[in-house]
Design a protein around this ligand. Sequence first.
Ligand code: KG4
Ligand code: ZN
Length: 330
Amino acid sequence: MYVLGIETSCDETSCAIVRKRKVLSNVTVSSLKFHKKYGGIIPEIATRNHVKAIDSVFKKAVASAHLRLSRISAISVTCRPGLVGALVVGVNFSKALAVALNKPLVGINHLHAHLFAPFLNNNIKIPFPFLGLVVSGGHTELFVVKDFDRIKSVGKTRDDAAGEAMDKVGRVFGLGYPGGVYIDRIFDYKHRESFNFRCTAPALDFSFSGIKTALVYKKLELEKKKFFSSKTKVKLLSSFEESVVTTIVDNAILAAKKYNLRAIVCGGGVISNSRLRVLLKQKVSENKIRLFLSPKRFCSDNAAIVAGLGFYLYNIKKLYGSLDFEVSSN
Ligand code: KG4
Ligand code: ZN
């Protein structure tokens, strides 16, 4: 049972082939370097680069899996959420492939795909029902997950996503893009409580915009008083990161308790963050909850997670059919 996955929701063009949960190939090309000078993802640049890359990414994925295309059972593709122009490239490519090869096509919700990343390349029993936590550049969201196709959102960000807030802060501090990666490197444990930035969203929702603004004002104030040094920069960014990750972990534990769930499953780009991984491990063990973290290589956007969920939806849930599904930004 082989499933091919395609991912083009943001700046990564990716194609993967899985045999059940085993990843046979996962080829990703990112257009990140073309966006860097703008300090964020430019949708048109992302779309144009998907058009350019998708055919060769697909061919490389098939070649490195050493598989004849006729042996593929189904194709799965991210159809939401994401940049609409970018999604259209992957979805139309996949529809054409499905027609040409006469294979079923499964449309995939990208956030749901992130949630099954911890179960790639292993035989771990999927701990339904569980609390799903997706933290990425575009989303910070909690889900109650009862089955592959029974996933309900129970909390999300009211403004910036955690990754988005980190990337914006990175821009203000001149760290380069994406800021989340640089803030992770700069973080210093002993300075994590130098400043107190607080999230104010009601329980189970998140708000990172206020923390970000408080940090920027503090930076301006210190600069005015000539107190801003490289050490202050580390203190500010470490306190900011601590506040973001504490908010995420506290909310996840609260949600697990509220819905009486004994497992938390995490995916998305920000789940690579070292301090977030440590704090999650610490808090789940204090609360006797099991934790399943996406391995770092499957945290950021890639097609293996899309093929992985595609396998379950096709093989177990038989969720495929007509080709006339649409893409959606949300
Ligand atoms: O899941 P992802 O690759 O794309 C989206 O679906 O958005 O996540 C990208 C986000 C970016 O905001 C980036 O700054 C953040 O993940 N990120 C990190 C780290 N690595 C990537 N944030 C904090 N620490 C990291 N190590
Ligand atoms: Zn993502």
